[in-house]
Design a protein around this ligand. Structure first.
Ligand SMILES: *Cc1c(COP(=O)(O)O)cnc(C)c1O
Length: 351
């Protein structure tokens, strides 16, 4: 029996995040978290948090964090927007900027949250296909559209796009907002940040979840010209004034002050990535050229699903997607060297 009120419910098919398995002895390489702990300054700041202060609302403008980011990236006041992870920031950017009857554009293989936000906000969309090498073709983004979102480097392919190619897309679309999701750029991508001064239709989105080892704190941010940031702020303040907690504001600002630690850990992840790619290739895998903290790999002749399930039995969690073009592949987060050795041992056992 269906009730009349059901017609009034907004029906959506939600995004499915990677599993967060509980238990011991698990090696978690399925959600691209950083295997290293947050910086020493984050620990100190956490310890110094005044719990009494939690009785009060946080600073609705998250000033300490926003100023910290503006200084860190050499931006002017009013060019940074912060949110509860970049998922929150991206979702709000969709709501704020994609208000056209024309379809927004994003690749057929990319972050699988994009179509979910488009659906929940009733935004029409089209998905130009990546080429056979899983590359984004700039030409595909030169047709009429209501906005564009591109992850660079792209997920789950791990491939990076040149700044000049992205500039071509941004330049060809002066009448819509182009969002570049740089969730992984710290691991070796080419950022479009230098283009912010030239293109007022560009919004760059970043996260603390991967490169800054703070997925659990939920901190993301967007950078753009003042008018874009103001528009997002107006929409945010029409929904929820206090998105950032007192803890996330202070900890996010602290992380920015430990630059040496940050650079060292990035270097370590990149070194482990290079070595892991070579080790996977030795075992017959084809591995794409990663600019991220994960590898996108397949073993010809063995299904992605099969390796995924066998690794799972060994308590090693990687990510497998069922999409037609990528079902042979596994997305493997770059962990510590020890975690990677366990992965290789498991692969040698099951394959
Ligand atoms: C992980 C990820 C995000 C979201 O990260 P948050 O944890 O919400 O900051 C956004 N875009 C891409 C491409 C990602 O991989």
């Amino acid at each position: 029996m269906t009730n009349k009120w059901e017609d009034n419910i907004r029906k959506v098919t939600p995004y499915v995040p990677g599993e967060q398995p509980q238990g011991t002895g698990i090696i978690k390489l399925n959600t691209n978290e950083n295997p290293y702990p947050p910086s020493p300054g984050v620990y100190e700041t956490f310890q110094e948090l005044d719990v009494t202060r939690f009785a009060l609302y946080p600073d609705p403008s998250a000033t300490e964090l926003v100023r910290g980011l503006e200084t860190y990236y050499g931006l002017e006041e009013g060019q940074v927007f912060v949110g509860v992870g970049s998922d929150d920031v991206l979702s709000l950017a969709f709501l704020t900027f994609f208000n056209s009857d024309k379809p927004i554009l994003f690749p057929d293989v990319t972050y699988s949250f994009y179509p979910v936000w488009a659906d929940v906000y009733r935004i029409p969309y089209e998905c130009p296909a990546l080429d056979e090498d899983f590359r984004i073709r700039a030409e595909d983004y030169k047709k009429e559209n209501g906005g564009i979102v591109i992850a660079n480097p792209n997920a789950p392919t791990s491939l990076g796009m040149k700044r000049s190619e992205l500039e071509e897309i941004i330049r060809s679309n002066p009448d819509v907002i182009v969002i570049i999701d740089e969730a992984y750029v710290d691991f070796g991508g080419e950022t479009v940040l230098p283009l912010l001064d030239t293109y007022e239709n560009l919004l760059v989105v970043r996260t603390y979840s991967k490169s800054r080892s703070l997925a659990g704190m939920r901190i993301g941010f967007a950078m753009g010209n003042r008018r874009l940031i103001q528009a997002m702020t107006d929409v945010k303040e029409s929904i929820n004034s206090y998105t950032m907690t007192t803890a996330s504001i202070r900890i996010g600002a602290a992380s920015l002050r430990d630059e040496d630690y940050f650079q060292e850990r990035l270097k370590q992840v990149v070194a482990t990535r290079k070595w892991t790619k070579a080790e996977l290739e030795k075992r017959g895998f084809e591995v794409l050229d990663s600019r991220t903290n994960f590898l996108f790999a397949k073993k010809p002749g063995v299904s992605g699903q099969e390796i995924f399930e066998k690794l799972r039995r060994e308590k090693i969690f990687v990510r497998h997607f069922n999409g037609e073009r990528i079902k042979d592949y596994l997305r493997i987060t770059v962990g510590t060297d020890e975690q990677m050795i366990s992965l290789f041992d498991a692969l040698d056992k099951i394959l």
